[in-house]
Design a protein. Structure first.
Length: 494
């Protein structure tokens, strides 16, 4: 199947670096990493591509993104499968990820006719003031293994209609999905007469490749998705040269389940958000605050569902939980469970499963951990399916604990009580970039701005006006009078 998939995208397998599928640990391809010289060439190509691309009218640029969206539609099944093979998420989610790419392309095509500026009232007679948006330059996109293609697309589709070129450094764990996506982009570009060479490029490698992009002053915008640790190292490098970064880092997403909540809906939302993608989404549900009056109804039901979860090969129909990405992820999960026990937690589930069948892969039983309090382990993001449960009696306390973690990506409340819902969304409510009512924290639509506060990094990608981060703002004032009045009424005549 792998060989067929790779040849479908015209990819050959060569190079020194083996790529393994988390499904069974088998080698599924080989890639060549870039070195300092090839990275330099790619950056220079990106600058040249940008210089040409910025002159193409935005709605025409949108046409290229439309063609790319068509390629994604035609190849959704193949790319979705490759994503599953390389990242281990279940096929439904692999396909869903490609759908996100298609959706953001559609969004970007519409946007290509709506990069609106402003007309501003000037204080001087015979003057006109305006604000306009110009392409920023080459944009570096550093993406993570868990969304190996969609997060790139959120950035790239916008950057391309904004008139920027893009350089993509995917996770070293998922280079094949990136190369396949790049191949589809190149097919679209061939159908579009004015796409310069080097408009979209892929740089493969380990952390040095990302660092080279972060350091380079020719790249005004660096968009990076990954751990808080990675962001903490990358952001100062970009800032030191006054580049802009768009950061989408760790999440530690919570849900408050109130007494009036529709428990069947809450339960379904919890399940998808906590065990979907084997707990490896930045939006995964990690903290659950349950009102004491419903705790003994909700929690046993949840444990029952957890005990029957279909864990297994993510390509097989019916599987809901695939493998963790690698052994390091498994070790992290084990370590967190040990810490949780030490801190007073009661663990249900957890531990490796299917070890006989998949000796070189890391399948786990998702864990529920009943915690006495929000202890240090609960405040950390462990990229694995661990759901920490906490009881609450007063809404204020639940909200305060909800906000008392360093991360601020996504959040939600299940309630039928309007006051609780509105308080959760109000200024003193959830402090996250995403706040939902009667919807889980994950699986956001592309139409909204995606990202979060605090250690999540503050960046916004995807919908709403996130496009502005990929352009430079210019305030322009035009004098069409015969005089030269100064602003602030200043007289300055010699
Ligand atoms: C991520 O895990 O980095 O909201 C992105 C979601 C998806 C994107 C997740 N649309 O869960």
């Amino acid at each position: 199947m792998v060989t067929n998939l790779l040849s479908h995208f015209g990819l050959s397998s060569f190079g020194d670096h083996a790529v393994h599928s988390p499904i069974d640990g088998a080698e599924i391809g080989r890639v060549a990493h870039d070195d300092a010289k090839t990275v330099e060439t790619k950056i220079a190509n990106s600058v040249a591509a940008f210089n040409a691309w910025r002159e193409i009218p935005a709605p025409k640029r949108g046409e290229l993104v439309r063609l790319f969206g068509e390629e994604l539609r035609t190849n959704k099944d193949h790319l979705g499968r490759l994503v599953t093979l390389e990242s281990g998420k279940i096929l439904q989610e692999g396909l869903g990820e490609v759908q996100e790419m298609i959706d953001i392309c559609d969004f970007a095509v519409g946007l290509s006719r709506q990069l609106y500026g402003l007309t501003i009232a000037s204080e001087r007679p015979g003057h006109r003031m305006m604000e306009q948006w110009h392409p920023a330059g080459p944009v570096a996109i550093i993406s993570a293994f868990n969304f190996p293609v969609a997060v790139w697309a959120w950035n790239a589709a916008l950057a391309l209609v904004c008139g920027d070129s893009v350089i993509w450094k995917p996770s070293e764990k998922t280079p094949l999905s990136a190369l396949a996506t790049q191949a589809l982009f190149e097919r679209a570009a061939r159908k579009f007469a004015s796409a310069p060479a080097g408009l979209s490029q892929v740089v493969l490698g380990l952390r040095q490749a990302g660092e080279a992009l972060a350091k380079d002053h020719r790249i005004p915008v660096v968009s990076a998705t990954g751990s808080t640790r990675m962001g903490r190292e990358l952001a100062p490098v970009v800032a030191a040269r006054f580049g802009k970064s768009i950061l989408e880092l760790g999440g530690n997403n919570g849900m408050i389940v109130c007494p009036s909540a529709k428990l069947d809906l809450a339960q379904r939302a919890i399940l998808f958000a906590a065990v979907g993608t084997a707990g490896q989404r930045c939006t995964t549900l990690r903290r659950l605050f349950v009102h004491e009056s419903i705790y003994d109804r909700l929690v046993p039901a949840l444990k029952k569902t957890y005990s029957n979860l279909p864990i297994g090969n993510p390509l097989e129909k019916g599987t809901l939980v695939g493998p963790l990405i690698d052994k390091a992820a498994f070790d992290n999960m084990e370590r967190a469970l040990v810490a949780a026990r030490d801190e007073g937690g009661r663990v249900t589930g957890g531990g490796r499963v299917l070890a006989e069948k998949f000796q070189n892969a890391w399948y786990v039983r998702p864990a529920i951990v009943e915690m006495p309090d929000q202890t240090p382990v609960v405040c950390r993001e462990t990229f694995a399916p661990i759901l920490y449960l906490m009881r609450y009696s007063r809404f204020e306390d639940a909200l305060a604990r909800h906000n008392a973690v360093p991360q601020g990506l996504s959040s939600c409340i299940f309630t039928q009580d309007m006051q609780e819902a509105e308080r959760f969304l109000a200024a003193a409510g959830s402090d996250c970039g995403i706040a939902n009512v009667n919807i889980g924290p994950s699986g956001a639509e592309i139409g909204g701005a995606f990202g979060g506060e605090k250690e999540t990094g503050g960046g916004r990608e995807s919908g709403s006006d996130a496009w502005k981060a990929y352009m430079r703002r210019q305030t322009a004032t035009i004098n069409y009078s015969d005089a030269l009045p100064l602003a602030q009424g200043i007289e300055f005549t010699a």
